[in-house]
Design a protein around this ligand. Structure first.
Ligand SMILES: [Zn+2]
Length: 344
């Protein structure tokens, strides 16, 4: 009998090494066990094989009963575990799966972020307006960082001329809606985040979507949208990380007028005359510049959401890539601001 049991154990281990499914291994072991019982039942008492098997059918039957009881207990346990709530998919649950803990380990070990910070990122909802040059790195880093819900709004489709800097999109994606292309890239990078695509322009009609988010990132490429996003974000009381680039220079700040900081219009009260400030399409832009500023947008978002460090609240960062210079200037609220001032 012992010989058979050792053989069965060896069979189980071999199956495990060969990565055979559990069901196959159990069937093979049951077949061997039944064959040994059959041999005990039909072979004459004095045959060598029967002697080797232990000789007694009653012992075989007793071991069979014990084995069945053990198997029944194991199956019942598995069923109970199957009914318990599973850790994945973890998009809406507050707990991290082992895979997520491994994925975010380098964040969790940072003193300023840690487990609570990573949880805050998972619980956060961030809307990014514009899936272009600034939106590309911002969206990718928000997804990689584990921001739970990421909204992306853009009405355009991917064009070949975008690919010089809009790194979230691919050559095969030319012609696709940018929000779809961006969604695919983010989900490919991190399937644990939820992406909500809006293939629309940001305008008075779509503005109420801000209410669903905790933080807004504006990487749009025109003044009309930038001023409107600022106005609507201020009205909704949502913090706004707004950035802009042209040619070799970029700027970024965190506007949160509901909590005492200036808003975009406090700093730039006069909208430039149409055609005065050329767009990227008219003036050109260095490929990595939106990468630098867009990644800063994601960095500021992570800091804002986790409470780490000192954000760009009330400060404007200006980066001159051509001369590799970066300046940060303090901003002040304008009391007569048309958006957030008290005297307008
Ligand atoms: Zn203002």
């Amino acid at each position: 009998m012992t010989v058979v049991l050792i053989f069965l154990a060896a069979l189980w281990i071999l199956g495990r090494v060969l990565r055979a499914p559990v069901r196959q291994r159990v069937v093979a072991m049951a077949a061997v066990w039944l064959a040994s019982g059959l041999a005990l039942a039909i072979l004459p008492v004095d045959t060598g094989l029967r002697q080797a098997l232990g000789g007694d059918l009653r012992v075989w039957a007793a071991v069979s009963v014990l084995g069945l009881l053990g198997a029944g207990y194991f199956v019942a346990l598995q069923r109970l575990r199957g009914k318990a709530p599973t850790a994945s998919p973890p998009v809406t649950s507050g707990k991290f799966s082992p895979e997520e803990l491994d994925r975010y380990a380098r964040h969790i070990m940072l003193r300023e972020i840690g487990g609570p910070g990573q949880k805050a990122l998972k619980a956060a909802k961030v809307l990014v307006i514009g899936a272009g040059g600034l939106g590309s790195p911002a969206l990718l880093y928000l997804a990689a960082a584990g921001v739970g819900v990421i909204g992306v709004m853009d009405a355009d489709t991917v064009d070949a001329s975008n690919l010089q800097r809009q790194i979230i999109h691919k050559d095969q994606g030319i012609g696709l809606p940018k929000v779809q292309s961006a969604q695919e890239a983010m989900k490919a990078l991190n399937p644990h985040v939820e992406v909500r695509p809006y293939q629309r322009r940001f305008d008075a009609e779509t503005a109420p979507v801000l209410e669903e988010y905790d933080l807004i990132l504006d990487g749009s490429d025109n003044f009309d949208t930038r001023y409107l996003v600022n106005r609507e974000a201020a009205r909704a009381g949502k913090p706004l990380i707004s950035a802009a680039i042209t040619q070799w220079e970029g700027q970024i700040s965190l506007y949160d007028s509901a909590h005492g900081t200036p808003c975009y219009e406090c700093i730039f009260p006069e909208r430039p005359a149409p055609g005065l400030v050329p767009t990227c399409a008219e003036a050109g832009v260095a490929a990595p510049l939106p990468g630098v500023i867009g990644a800063m947008m994601a960095m500021e978002a992570v800091k804002h959401l986790t409470g780490a460090g000192l954000t760009l609240r009330g400060r404007l960062l200006i980066h001159d890539a051509l001369y590799a210079e970066t300046r940060v200037i303090a901003l002040t609220k304008r009391e007569d601001c048309a958006v957030c001032g008290v005297k307008h």
